[in-house]
Design a protein around this ligand. Structure first.
Ligand code: HEC
Length: 314
């Protein structure tokens, strides 16, 4: 049983650890390759093809490594220290963009095959600048990833043990498709109607969603078919689970149910769960009618934050 558990935990981590070296190596290899391809004769395109293959592979492997990473991140306990979860979030945010970056350079290289002198020169300069920027980007991403593993022990048996100690039943319970994946539901706190009135969308809610949700739930092709950029868009239904917010009824609002872990995958997907306090603030705001105060902002003086969000903490 013990070894089985460990295997289950290690799997996505191992996959990520193995796959993540491809984009790193390719991003570094691509820089000199592209340079040589750019300065060599325009007649022979072999080098340009090699550069193309390099960045195409980088795009694919970057995408796969990030996916394995997001899966691995679901096994990271949600109660890790704030600096660990901030590093994880940063690492994920950056890693997610590597493949897009790679794709951009791949497309530039393809355009480089077009033999119009000046156009080609400009394209190759852009591709080279892009490749250097991507090299730096990947190195920084890898640095955060390295910190997670070697400094904080994320993805190693030590952190798995940590989770076991804090939530004894959950790891063993884990079975595909059924109960919540990484941990228990975020507990609900009782809403004080008066305090709930004090929550401001503009001050408390919008920054929270911008920080944790809008990367995936922005305006163009939002995940799950729901954009979290405005109160109006959150009142619309997502792909599967009805309206994001039902004013007055926090616990029927899909946003609350996903954040809480009642509906899966827990949001923010792949990242650490929101704090009990953040969830409470969201619920209070919905309870009080999900008022949008971005348009006609109330003239009440800033009394500080009555319920408190984690916004201030970093
Ligand atoms: C890393 C990307 C990502 C982040 C960050 C993220 N989500 Fe999601 N979200 C998804 C994906 C993917 C789905 C679709 C999941 C599915 O249905 O399998 C989804 C679905 C949803 C849905 C369900 C829509 C429906 O009806 O189908 C809600 C509600 C939601 N997310 C809310 C949030 C909230 C609130 C946050 C921030 C606290 C957040 N998400 C952060 C990726 C993300």
């Amino acid at each position: 049983m013990g070894t089985f558990e460990l295997q289950e935990l290690m799997k996505p981590q191992l996959l990520h650890a193995a796959s993540v070296h491809f984009p790193i190596v390719l991003a570094l290899l691509g820089i000199p390759l592209l340079y040589v391809a750019a300065v060599s004769s325009t007649e022979k395109n072999t080098l340009l093809w090699m550069a193309f293959a390099c960045y195409a592979l980088l795009t694919v492997s970057g995408f796969l490594a990030a996916r394995a990473g997001f899966q691995a991140a679901e096994h990271v306990p949600s109660n890790v220290a704030p600096d660990v979860s901030a590093t994880l979030h940063r690492h994920e945010e950056m890693a997610e963009k590597v493949w897009m970056f790679g794709l951009g350079i791949t497309i530039l290289i393809l355009l480089g095959f077009i033999k119009i002198k000046l156009f080609r020169v400009i394209i190759m300069i852009l591709a080279m600048l892009g490749s250097i920027a991507l090299g730096g980007w990947v190195a920084t991403t890898a640095h955060f990833g390295g910190m997670l593993v070697y400094k904080y022990g994320v993805g190693t048996p030590s952190i798995a043990k940590q989770e076991k100690e804090t939530h004894p039943p959950n790891i063993i319970q884990e079975s595909p498709g059924t109960s919540p994946t990484n941990d228990a539901l975020i507990p609900l706190r009782e809403i004080d109607p008066k305090a709930a009135q004090e929550v401001s969308y503009k001050r408390d809610i919008k920054p929270l969603f911008e920080r944790f949700c809008v990367d995936c739930h922005g305006n163009d092709s939002p995940k799950g078919g729901i954009s979290l950029t405005s109160v109006a868009s959150m009142k619309l239904s997502g792909r599967k689970s009805g309206p994001g917010i039902v004013p007055g009824k926090p616990d029927e609002s899909s946003i609350v149910r996903y954040v809480r872990g009642e509906l899966l995958p827990r949001m923010p997907k792949g990242g650490p769960a929101l704090s009990e306090n953040d969830l409470h603030v969201i619920r209070c705001w919905i309870f009080a009618g999900a008022i949008d105060d971005t348009v006609s902002s109330p003239s009440s003086p800033e009394i500080g934050n009555p319920v408190g969000t984690s916004e201030g903490k970093k």
